[in-house]
Design a protein around this ligand. Structure first.
Ligand SMILES: NC(=O)c1ccc[n+]([C@@H]2O[C@H](COP(=O)([O-])OP(=O)(O)OC[C@H]3O[C@@H](n4cnc5c(N)ncnc54)[C@H](OP(=O)(O)O)[C@@H]3O)[C@@H](O)[C@H]2O)c1
Length: 229
């Protein structure tokens, strides 16, 4: 398992949940220092340092990997950062292509609610949502053939609030709005590795009522119900 964007706010939560479940992983990060600060000196051995914009670095990170969880995202508010076209579209597309070439079979992508809404206000910032949709499309195409699988998660506005405190609403068709904790989005991404309903599926994710949750796995049945409608 490779976590791309592991030092991001959702990426770090993904790393914690993979550790919780005892799943083996490697981290693709841009900064060793940031990774060690977040995950401790022991993480040094599982780091691959580079950018998804760099083909050689990405190939190196993917060597021997069977699955990818990607929580990489551009920073459209920062004019000094590469634009969404370079990260959320070209970078994700390159990561997908190289992952498949390297032998990965499964790809879990954190995208965004509203990815299909061209007139969404967020698209004023480098067409970030449309770029994410193009990234999604490539992952769906590459990881749909037999023996391969993909899950595209489209969370609502991401919150730095504690996970397991709300019910979750999973939906399809990009019709809902809302927000969700990064921890819940991360847990959902990790559960998507093994939940049948998440296999070869794109779904939106927001939080519902405040209500402690021992597990988030029960919410996946909503995807099956939506698909049946
Ligand atoms: N913010 C929201 O409300 C919201 C809502 C829905 C969906 N999303 C999407 O959900 C995902 C996670 O969001 P977040 O807020 O947790 O993200 P975040 O904290 O901004 O983290 C983004 C990650 O992407 C990495 N990254 C950026 N450019 C890269 C590159 N060229 N190569 C490798 N890694 C690169 C960053 O690396 P560094 O750690 O080195 O900076 C960071 O780890 C993103 O795709 C975001 O667009 C966000």
């Amino acid at each position: 398992m490779l976590v791309a964007g592991a030092t991001g706010r959702t990426g770090a939560e993904i790393v914690h949940r993979l550790s919780h479940y005892g799943i083996d992983f490697r981290l693709f990060v841009r900064s060793t220092k940031k990774a060690i600060t977040l995950f401790g000196a022991d993480a040094a051995g599982i780091l691959r340092v580079g950018s998804i914009q760099d083909e050689a670095e990405t190939r190196d990170a993917l060597h021997g990997i069977d699955a990818v969880i990607c929580a990489v995202g551009s920073n459209p508010a920062d004019p000094d950062s590469p634009p969404p076209s370079a990260i959320d579209r070209d970078g994700i597309q390159q990561l997908g292509v190289l992952a498949k070439e390297s032998g990965a079979k499964h790809f879990i992508l954190i995208s965004s609610l509203g990815a299909t809404k061209e007139d969404h206000p967020l698209n004023k910032y480098g067409k970030v949502l449309s770029m994410k949709l193009e990234g999604e499309n490539t992952i769906r195409t590459l990881f749909s053939s037999p023996e391969y699988s993909h899950t595209i998660l489209r969370p609502g506005g991401l919150l730095d609030t504690p996970p397991f405190r709300h019910s979750l609403v999973f939906s399809t068709g990009d019709t809902i709005t809302g927000s969700v904790s990064r921890g819940d989005a991360a847990e959902t991404a990790v559960l998507s590795l093994t939940q049948n309903e998440a296999r070869n599926t794109t779904f939106e994710l927001v939080q519902g009522d405040e209500e402690a949750q021992p597990s988030l796995s029960k919410f996946f049945s909503q995807i099956r119900q939506k698909k049946q409608i």
